[in-house]
Design a protein around this ligand. Sequence first.
Ligand code: HEC
Length: 179
Amino acid sequence: MSAPLRRTDADHRPQPRSRLRRLAWGGALLAVALGALAAWRVSTTPDAKTLPPLAMADARQIEEGRALYAQHCAACHGVKLEGEPDWRQRKPSGRLPAPPHDDSGHTWHHPDEVLLEITRKGMRAPIAPEGYESDMPGFEGVLSEAQIRAVLGYIASRWSERSRAHQARVERAWREAGS
Ligand code: HEC
């Protein structure tokens, strides 16, 4: 396929295809998340950069996380971290189903602090746009910070080497940014 040398009007026409819109939405969501996190991370999470990355959880944390996952997350995200069936399709309520936490999802695309904050507070601003509606509950007050780290450490322990390497790069970039 060769790219046209000159742009035509067709290049600028809006393309109302839902797949494109979903992609754009995903990108927008992430941009909002990163911008908002960049703004507040220093004040709210002073140890975010000093604690070891989630993916370095030790065997004891992973075991604790496995049990917590079964009890608190598996009902929505799947016993095998496989997510809800048809997790890319919005439900009749307009909300998104729970995505997988294994390689087939996108949990491993995010730096630790994004995963921690979604698990603490649920999928809402500032990670999501203001007013965004989601079925992802917040676990602050239900699980301790150590338990939240353990459950995410367990999830990370289930990623392939490739996904772990990718997430490690994302995490490194996050830790180096703005410091
Ligand atoms: C009641 C169902 C439900 C339970 C229980 C639940 N989740 Fe979720 N979770 C969701 C939904 C739905 C989403 C997608 C939210 C959205 O995009 O609107 C989600 C998204 C997430 C995300 C973001 C993933 C990504 O790649 O964007 C993380 C991280 C997460 N959940 C962690 C957890 C953890 C850890 C637990 C258990 C401690 C848990 N969830 C329990 C429904 C649930």
